[in-house]
Write a protein that binds this ligand. Structure first.
Ligand SMILES: Cc1cc2nc3c(=O)[nH]c(=O)nc-3n(C[C@H](O)[C@H](O)[C@H](O)COP(=O)(O)OP(=O)(O)OC[C@H]3O[C@@H](n4cnc5c(N)ncnc54)[C@H](O)[C@@H]3O)c2cc1C
Length: 457
């Protein structure tokens, strides 16, 4: 039997290895409901250390759970098979900003907010903008994180040019490059992005940057129903005004957000809101916002508030960013991250609202209206643990079935992890699953990396 103490041979300092009493945060995700066990936590500081550790775990057939900041909402960092947790958050150096190729090279543990600030101070912009800014770049890449600015700029995948990775057996390799174009065989880089740490450990990331937009301005558009607001979204997108973000929120969740942060949101009497942003050159931004206003009016907008006041704008986005935590503060909830084709968003939300009325179970919806990514919270309220588990599952099954009927998918940006596995496996075509299993076997024949996120039924 291997002794975890042997791992000290590959590390420089004693603080890089924890054995015995493992801190609870390493055994779970941000919601802390699912828990695993681990024999050791390792905090590598270099690719050589990651490689040596994985060679050792491969030889001894020990499961490995890579981890960034642990902000995922789906149990993907829960070490359900034991073994070691590989904490990459200490590999957090920004290695290069290459202005000529407009790329930055970073280690995976760099925190998103720090990276965004770093490049913006130098006149560049990194568009991926998921709500949780304390997440790491490695975690963002592994989940193909989306966020608010996906409508205009796309998701994390669109900004990853190359990766250094370590395979389960310790081999180090580079996939992708600084080249803008690449038709050179299968894209291994694209397999790694969004693979939730099941194929390899990311140790270096080459990221695409763009010039920082001159101006960015947001608006709040109140409506008397969520459906009315959502229906205006397609019309806005068809106007060729290129909004950066189009978010939708129901009034009831805004109230929770206000209370949670002790901030106020404009137009308290409205039932639902769209929050939109436009960025680019100043004249273009004002022209586009004017055009959006006309469309919104046609679709029954109650008003149109341009957030020129910096503080008000920040408060609106702070409230939007805190909604998961605001709901969680009043009741246990199950976050859902379903994505449907953008023209089916209104139909999907109407279905969920009808289900709420029919069953009395509370659902709260908000999310990325511009790309069909609906964040639903199925709220526990006063249900006993037993009732909650039964009802949650029953309603989730209905919701996922409806989403797939509409051409949707299990996850738009959070990933599958442990919590969405049942629905993902049920709704995904068997041939697709078999190909995923074959890819997993090629990268990780002993099934050691994040073994809990398997593609097996
Ligand atoms: C309030 C809140 C708002 C959020 N909003 C959004 C949002 O708008 N959009 C969105 O997409 N997500 C959102 N999230 C979810 C979460 O922040 C993202 O999934 C994020 O990408 C996770 O990054 P992390 O560093 O915390 O990764 P972790 O949670 O530590 O890990 C996530 C997955 O990546 C793997 N992983 C991490 N690092 C590596 C590595 N170096 N190599 C290989 N695998 C690795 C892990 O094994 C795991 O499977 C939100 C979460 C919260 C709490």
């Amino acid at each position: 039997m291997a002794s975890y103490e042997e791992l000290r041979n590959f590390l420089e300092s004693d603080t890089q290895l924890i054995t015995g009493d493992i801190p609870q945060e390493y055994l779970t995700d941000v919601l802390k409901r699912l828990k695993g066990t681990a024999e050791a936590v390792i905090k590598p500081e270099s690719v050589e250390q990651v490689s040596a550790i994985l060679k050792w775990t491969y030889e001894h057939q020990i499961p490995v759970t890579p981890r960034g900041a642990g902000t995922n909402l789906v149990g993907s960092t829960v070490p359900d098979h034991g073994g070691i947790v590989l904490d990459l958050s200490g590999m957090n150096r920004i290695l290069e900003l290459d202005a000529e190729t407009m790329t930055a090279t970073v280690e995976p543990g760099v925190v998103l907010a720090d990276f965004q600030q770093y490049v913006e101070e130098r006149g560049f912009f990194y568009p991926p903008d998921p709500g949780e800014k304390t997440a790491t770049i490695g975690g963002n890449i592994s989940t193909n994180a989306g966020g608010m600015r996906a409508v205009k700029y796309g998701v994390t995948r669109d900004y990853v040019m190359g990766l250094e990775i370590v395979l389960a057996d310790g081999k180090i390799l580079t996939v992708g490059s600084k080249n803008i174009k690449d038709s050179s065989g299968l894209s291994l880089k694209n397999l790694i992005i969004g693979s939730e740490g099941t194929l390899a450990v990311i140790t270096k990331c080459i990221l695409k940057l763009i010039p920082k937009p001159e101006t960015s301005l947001s608006v709040v558009v109140p409506f008397d129903s969520l459906e009315a607001g959502i229906k205006s979204v397609l019309a806005i997108k068809n106007e060729n005004v290129n909004p950066t973000a189009i978010e939708f929120v129901e009034q009831k969740v805004i109230r929770l957000g206000e209370k949670f942060l002790n901030l106020s949101f404009p137009y308290p009497e409205a039932k639902a809101y769209l929050i939109l942003t436009a960025d680019g050159r100043k004249e273009e931004v004002y022209r586009n916002l004017k055009c959006i206003q006309e469309v919104a009016k046609k679709y029954g907008a109650l008003d149109y508030l341009v957030l020129t006041d910096q503080e008000q704008s920040q408060n609106v986005w702070k409230i939007r960013g805190a909604l998961v935590k605001a709901v969680e503060a009043v009741s246990e909830q199950e976050p859902v991250d379903i994505v449907v084709p953008v023209n089916k968003t209104a139909e999907f939300i109407s279905y969920v609202n009808a289900l709420e009325e029919e069953t009395g179970m509370q659902f709260i919806s908000f999310g990325h209206a511009g790309d069909g990514n609906v964040h639903l919270c199925v709220v526990r309220g006063n249900l006993s643990e037993e009732e909650w588990q039964i009802k949650k599952r029953e309603h989730m099954q209905k919701i996922y079935k409806k989403a797939y009927e509409l051409g949707g998918l299990t996850s738009g940006e959070h990933g599958i992890g442990l919590s969405k596995k049942e629905f993902f496996l049920k709704e995904t075509d068997e041939t697709n699953l078999e190909l995923m299993r074959a890819i997993k076997r090629s990268f990780d024949p002993k099934q050691l990396l994040n073994a809990h996120i398997s593609y097996n039924k």
